[in-house]
Design a protein around this ligand. Structure first.
Ligand code: ADP
Ligand code: ASP
Ligand code: MG
Length: 417
């Protein structure tokens, strides 16, 4: 009964927000199921997960990771069962599976668990019966039976992981926009849809806040060479954006120094002020944060004055309360005068493989911000990206001026290299 091809389709929250949306995604799935063994991976309906996070906070300002996972994982269970029911109503055999049933084994790192392996026996059994499989995304199970989640937006990663485990020929991520754009089309309506983007650039954009794909899904797709596309569940006839190897992106596209602009409004800044300028301080602070699973992003250390320095860094807002608690405890140990924090900040980044050998890109970005009277608080760069921390109130304006500065709304010009 098994077909030669296997396809994984992922549907995000907006794509399964209500009955009409669920019927629409089932129609897409049915079409694909004609020629392939089909796995649908679904997110919680609409803004369900946000609602559950809020609900948890009504009971506890810093809920334990384990209990939060018990709560958040329920959102995807609701969708998976409803999708399966809808498929039955349409005359198709289907089974919904939760992580413990689909063998989705993760480590025990609550709220941001990494996938260890997928025991695919059960999925294969159902596929062999000719059923469409509807997997609850975002969730996992440890070898000891503890419920975990993969981190916000993690259903993309569930989908790519199962595609890799089953050797699927393609993995289509259906969402509420037409594909990957030069920047968030909800902020800049003129943003241009990209037909192709490299794994490398997509990984940077996703890591820097373009939430259209979960960063780990791109990492996995690159590692296992998965044919990954981002498409609209509202326009299934459109091809969307394909994520491919850098070497396969045409020269024409690569001639753009900057491929996209990403905005991350979920950043928060912490500062250890007035710390003695002695060796080991940074090591102590960042080691302790890492031991507590707080990922630090941009770091800035001031020039010493009279033997005193300030160390500032950013974290994701979800980890701010945890980071403040740890930092306040650490302040005594490292003899900091005070710990300050600010979550009215945003990180704006430009990404482009084409900027590798082109000098002057950073200065163009800084000039665009300066011309718009936007102050840069921190800067960080890597080979194919430049990020600045700015005031949150100026975030959207910053995206606009930078998008304009690099002419990203214009069609790609053919440039002779
Ligand atoms: P889903 O619920 O389908 O997973 P998400 O909300 O996680 O959808 O991701 C889709 C959203 O990502 C879009 O609605 C858009 O606002 C945002 N986004 C940010 N940057 C980009 C970009 N460069 N291209 C496309 N969408 C982007
Ligand atoms: N429902 C989860 C979230 O909102 C996972 C996902 O949508 O990818 O983060
Ligand atoms: Mg998402």
């Amino acid at each position: 009964m098994l077909k030669e091809k296997t396809t994984v389709l992922k549907f995000g929250g907006t794509s399964v927000a209500d009955a009409e949306c669920i019927k629409r995604v089932c129609s897409i799935a049915i079409r694909e199921a004609e020629s392939a063994n089909l796995i649908m991976v679904v997110s919680a309906m609409g803004k369900t997960t946000d609602g559950l996070v809020k609900l948890a906070k009504d009971f506890n300002s810093l809920p334990e990771g384990r209990e939060l996972d018990m709560l958040l994982s329920t959102g995807e269970q609701v969708t998976a069962s409803l999708v399966a029911m809808c498929l039955h109503e349409m005359g198709y055999a289907a089974s919904s599976l939760l992580a413990w049933q689909s063998g989705f084994i993760t480590e025990r790192e609550h709220n941001q668990a990494r996938i260890a392996k997928i025991k695919t026996e059960r999925i294969n059994e159902h596929l062999a019966k000719g059923e469409i499989i509807v997997l609850a995304g975002f969730q996992g199970i440890t070898e000891c039976g503890e419920v975990t989640t993969l981190g916000r937006g993690g259903t993309d990663t569930s989908a790519v992981a199962v595609a890799a485990a089953l050797g699927a020929q393609k993995c289509d991520i259906y969402t509420d926009v037409d594909g990957v754009f030069t920047t968030d089309p909800r902020i800049i309506p003129e943003a241009k849809k990209l037909d192709l983007i490299s794994y490398e650039e997509m990984l940077e954009l996703a890591s820097l806040g373009a939430k259209v794909l979960h960063p780990r899904s791109v990492e996995l797709a690159k590692k296992y060479n998965i044919d990954l596309s981002v498409r609209s569940s509202f326009k299934p006839e459109d091809k969307g954006t394909r994520v491919i190897k850098l070497s396969e992106v045409q020269d024409m596209e690569l001639t753009q120094a900057v491929t996209g602009v990403a905005l991350d409004k979920k950043q928060a800044k912490l500062g250890f002020m007035g710390v003695p300028d002695t060796p080991g301080i940074a090591s102590k602070i960042f080691k302790t944060l890492a031991e507590n699973n707080v990922s630090v992003d941009v770091i800035l250390q001031s020039v010493p004055r009279e033997g005193i320095i300030d160390i500032a860094f950013t974290v994701n807002q979800d980890y701010l309360q945890k980071a403040i608690k740890i930092s306040k405890e650490l302040a005594l140990e490292v003899k900091a005068a005070e710990v300050v924090h600010d979550d009215d900040i945003a990180k704006i980044s430009i990404v482009g493989a084409g900027m590798l050998n082109k000098p002057g890109i950073a200065s163009e970005m800084f000039t665009a911000l300066y011309d718009a009277d936007i102050n840069i608080q921190m800067i960080t760069t890597s080979e194919i990206k430049i990020s600045c921390i700015i005031d949150l109130a100026q975030a959207e304006a910053a995206v606009k001026v930078i998008h304009e500065k690099f002419n990203l709304a214009q069609p790609v010009q053919e440039i002779i290299v």
